[in-house]
Ligand binder design. Structure first.
Ligand code: AMP
Ligand code: GLY
Length: 424
């Protein structure tokens, strides 16, 4: 069958790489893709939110399955658009409709959803644009650190954590009154601070049944030792040693089951991924956020470990046939280093020639912000490559990933040197 994958990051290269391995896959297209996806699939230059063009492409190319990578088209209603068009509604899709995507698109919605459905999460209060004074008095009653969250999508920048009460109030004012994040901060949540270790758990569901994918740990900050500003993610590891069978059982019983049951009870159809960002607080899981897509760079480590035909699972989810499906997972470790442009997550330059790609053997090299020009691969984003090493031990996976990363170079290459170190 012909498949269209939407997106252009490292997550999409890893998904394309995995989908392409399936005997069920005939032609695989990626819109818009990157230099890496063009090596395993056919790139199509259509943006992720150009629904009309994507729809027309699907009809012209007899696409039977659409897999949506990033959150923006989901929150903007790509599924609803396809379902409303008689020519497109029979096309299968992995990715929820607008209603389901609210789990990621609105932190207020997802918080209320968790509370209604008994999913453990941090306590929170929501304030509206005209309620700055109430929010400021509320902050005075809270214990630091203060956690402020913009309600809507803010490209990973919408969470501000500070121990300084004056700064918390000033940020609150910027968010509510000056619309620091536009409409996304028309509502702001003040959340209780959770002290623990973070974990990313991934579920593929058809709204009734589900399969739990390998879990992963993300390294969010730019600098070694988890210092400096937040990024989209600078590395990942799977499996995560502290996520043992006992902890994962709690996650399934206390988080995953009530989440799926809640979607059913609230009549929110959901065929797609649920990415649960959670905090392990003294061996108890608390949900920090839901995303309705896979994580990046977690997908790179997760796909490297899945042994089952992943396309078969995606199809089953899209058709509502996940019941009795299981997933085979490689017990070995996968560790991903994000190789970035110097300056990211702030200003950085693009268009630098990447060298050493052919020499980076012994690891998987997934592209993120890259593009092909003539016969060269150029940097085209902040996060440029994800290099995934595998090994029987975390140390071996780490050694393989760093050995490959060291072969790669361009003017202004940057990566963290401590991915996986905290777990050893
Ligand atoms: P998010 O954008 O929701 O992933 O949040 C960004 C980061 O802020 C998370 O990865 C956590 O490290 C941190 N964070 C979010 N909420 C909390 C919380 N309630 N307590 C502690 N840290 C949090
Ligand atoms: N790496 C975190 C995310 O994809 O949101």
């Amino acid at each position: 069958m012909n498949i269209l994958l939407i997106g252009n990051g490292g997550r999409e290269h890893a998904l394309a790489w995995k989908i392409k391995q399936s005997p069920l896959c005939e032609r695989l297209f990626v819109a818009p893709g990157n230099a890496g996806t063009s090596m395993v699939a056919e790139n199509v230059s259509i943006g992720v939110s150009e629904f009309e063009k994507l729809g027309a492409f699907c009809v012209d190319n007899r696409i039977e399955l659409v897999v949506v990578g990033p959150e923006v088209p989901l929150v903007n209603g790509i599924r609803d658009y396809f379902e409303a068009d008689p020519k497109l509604k029979s096309i299968l899709m992995v990715g929820p409709g607008k209603a389901g995507a609210q789990l990621e698109g609105s932190k207020d919605f997802s918080k209320q959803f968790m509370l209604r459905n008994g999913v453990p999460t941090a306590k929170a209060r929501t304030f509206y644009a005209n309620q700055f004074a109430d929010a400021a008095s509320y902050l005075e009653t809270c214990q630091p650190p203060y956690v402020l969250k913009a309600d809507g999508l803010a490209a990973g920048k919408g969470v501000i954590i500070t121990s300084d009460e004056a700064e918390a109030k000033a940020t609150m004012r910027e968010m509510l009154e000056d619309k620091k994040f536009g409409e996304a901060s028309a509502k702001v949540l003040v959340e209780e601070f959770l002290n623990g270790i973070e974990l990313s758990v991934f579920v593929l569901t058809d709204g009734e049944d589900y399969v739990i994918l390998p879990e992963a740990k993300d390294y969010k900050r730019i600098g070694d030792g988890d210092t400096g500003p937040n990024t989209g993610g600078m590395g990942s590891v799977s499996p995560v040693p502290f996520a043992d069978a006992a902890f994962m059982k709690k996650v399934e019983e206390e988080v995953i089951k009530p989440t799926i049951a809640g979607l059913k009870k609230e009549q929110i159809p959901f065929k797609g991924f649920i990415f649960v960002g959670l905090m392990n607080v003294r061996s108890e899981p608390y949900v920090i956020e839901y995303n309705t897509r896979m994580g990046d760079p977690e997908t790179q480590s997760v796909m490297a470990r899945i042994q089952s035909d992943f396309l078969e699972l995606l199809l089953a989810a899209a058709k509502g046939e996940l019941k009795d499906k299981t997933i085979a997972v490689d017990p070995n470790f996968a560790l991903t280093i994000v190789v970035a442009s110097d300056g990211y997550p702030d200003e950085y330059e693009k268009g630098k020639t990447i060298s050493g790609l052919e020499e980076a053997t012994g690891a998987l090299v997934f592209h993120a912000g890259t593009k092909k020009q003539n016969n060269e691969v150029l940097t085209d984003g902040g996060r440029v490559l994800g290099i995934t090493g595998k090994g029987k031990t975390l140390k071996a996976a780490q050694a393989n990933a760093y050995a490959a990363a060291e072969k790669i170079n361009w003017d202004g290459v940057y990566y963290r040197w401590d991915i996986g170190k905290d777990l050893m």
